[in-house]
Design a protein around this ligand. Sequence first.
Ligand SMILES: Nc1nc2c(c(=O)[nH]1)N[C@H]1C(S)=C(S)[C@@H](COP(=O)(O)O)O[C@H]1N2
Ligand SMILES: [Mo]
Length: 252
Amino acid sequence: MTILTRRAALTGLAAGAGGLLAGCDALGSNETFRGVLYTADGMHQRLQRLVSNRDALAREFSPEQMSPVFRANGTRNPNTSSYNALAAGNFADWRIAVDGLVQRPLAISMAQLRSMPARTQITRHDCVEGWSAIGKWTGPRLGPILQLAGLRDDARFLVFHCADFFGSNRYYESIDLTDAFHPQTILAWRLNDQLLDIPHGAPVRLRVERQLGYKHAKYVERIEAVASLDGIYRGKGGYWEDGAGYEWYAGI
Ligand SMILES: Nc1nc2c(c(=O)[nH]1)N[C@H]1C(S)=C(S)[C@@H](COP(=O)(O)O)O[C@H]1N2
Ligand SMILES: [Mo]
C-alpha cells in the first residue's frame, strides 16, 4: 500500500508526539494503525487517537443476548420512484459506487457484495434518542473494498450517500480513515441471519461499531472518498451534523 508508505515517511509527526509514540511501538508496527495515524486530520484527532485507541474493538455479544426485536429508526422506507423500482427487482440492479479520490472507481452489485468474504458480529446499536438494540450483522469489511478501489494519497474521509430523503434533504454520513479501516466497519447486507430488510436499510448499510447510531448510514448507494468535508452539503459531515448540531465524531 503505497499510500501508507508515503505517509509513514512523515516522521515529523512522530517526533512531535515524542514519548507517547515511543511507547506505542507495538501499535506502530500495525499497518492500519500507522496509516491512519499519519493521515489523521489535525493534532487533536491524533492525540485523541493515542489516548483512546480507536482501533479497539466494540464489544461483541452472544446469540442469547440478541434483542428479540431490532427497532427501525429514521427513514423506514426511502419510497422514491427509483428506490421502489430497485426494490421491486430485489435490488439486483443496485450498485454501490465507490468513487471520488480513488484510483479505480467501482460499481459493486449486490451479487458481488454478497460473494465477498464477510464478517459477522453481534453488537449493540445505541441511538441518541435513548434506545439500544443488540443485533447480528453480516457483510464485507469496508477496508479491503477501499483497497480494491485504491484510495489516493489525499483521501481523508469517506462520505456515504444514501438513497433516502429525510425531510427535504438527502441523508448522508461520513467517517475518517481510522473508522473506515477498523476491523468491525462493514457494509452489512444481512441482519439477524436474514437479508437486510427495507426498514433497516436494504440492500446495504454501514456498520461503524465504535460510533453512535446516526453514523450507521442505511440505503448506501455511493461511497465517496474526499480530502475535506467542506462543500459536501453544509460541510459538517452528516445529515444530523448539518441540521441539528450533532457531533461529527460520535465515538462510543
Ligand atoms: N439513510 C439513513 N440512514 C440512517 C438513518 C436514516 O434516517 N436514513 N437514521 C439513523 C439513525 S438516527 C439510527 S438510530 C439508525 C437506525 O437504524 P435502524 O433503522 O436499523 O434501527 O440508522 C441511522 N442511519
Ligand atoms: Mo439514532
